[in-house]
Design a protein around this ligand. Structure first.
Ligand code: PGA
Length: 249
């Protein structure tokens, strides 16, 4: 099964527009054969859509917190998301890391979310690429720190989203050759953290300037199990993207 995650970020501005965008995705989702679409709207809008969920259409949050309740003004806990019918959450998106989220905070969130029964899409990615390849160490650290202490049973609920930060909101995605090498590196690192067999079962998706026009190539040549889509997920192009991804053999 492939996974395509629609990260709406802080869009759209109105309930009406959110409903319009969601209804298009819902319509396409019923015909998907090998693709699950995960829609991550602003959390305030999520309850509008949870009843529409089915095997191929899942509603997610874009972030959560590491305690289930308490004095944390402005936060929404994993338990609250589960109780409101939300199925999973993104954690560690680069736009949250840019606001100051550390690997340590991200690890606490991952554990709390999985414990509450939420699926987790853990975002990782380097901010820049240096010629000596030291960004590989950064990726290893992001993975190792976020995934330490996870209960094995929870791993079935985990997706890794590799998003090179410099390719997010850009014109072009990373080239498929480099995506492919990074997929091998991430699998190997997951194998070191858990075991090779466990690593094989954890899906890895790519994100960063994915559009309908480049989605098939990334799936075919990048060796990824899915995509994380920002801007395009708010447009009609996303409906084409879903059909294209689902048609790739
Ligand atoms: P983009 O965003 O598709 O607009 O580049 C991707 C992301 O931030 O997840």
């Amino acid at each position: 099964m492939r996974t395509v995650i629609a990260n709406w970020k802080m869009n759209p501005e109105t309930v009406e527009e959110a409903k319009r965008i969601f209804s298009g995705i819902k319509r396409i989702s019923t015909n998907l054969k090998r693709t699950q679409v995960v829609v991550a709207p602003p959390t305030l809008f999520a309850p509008l859509f949870v009843k529409a969920q089915h095997k191929k259409l899942v509603v997610a949050a874009q972030d959560t917190w590491y305690e289930q309740k308490g004095s944390f003004t402005g936060q929404i806990s994993p338990t609250m998301l589960v109780d409101a019918g939300v199925s999973s959450t993104i954690i560690g998106h680069s736009e949250r890391r840019a606001l100051g989220e550390t690997n340590e905070l991200i690890q606490k969130k991952v554990i709390a979310a999985l414990k509450a029964g939420l699926g987790v899409t853990l975002c990782i990615g380097e901010t820049t690429r240096d010629a000596d390849g030291s960004y590989f160490n950064g990726i290893r650290t992001q993975l190792a720190s976020a995934l330490t202490g996870l209960p094995r049973v929870a791993l079935a609920q985990l997706v890794i989203a590799y998003e090179p930060v410099w390719a997010i909101g850009a014109i072009e995605p990373m080239n498929t050759h480099d995506i492919h090498s990074m997929m091998i590196f991430i699998k190997k690192t997951l194998g070191d953290i858990f075991t090779k067999d466990v690593a094989k079962t954890i899906p890895i998706v790519y994100g960063g300037s994915v559009f309908a026009e480049n989605a098939a190539e990334i799936i075919e040549k990048g060796g990824v199990q899915g995509l994380l889509v920002g801007r395009e997920s708010l447009t009609n192009g996303f409906l084409d993207l879903l059909k294209i991804v689902d048609a790739v053999k």
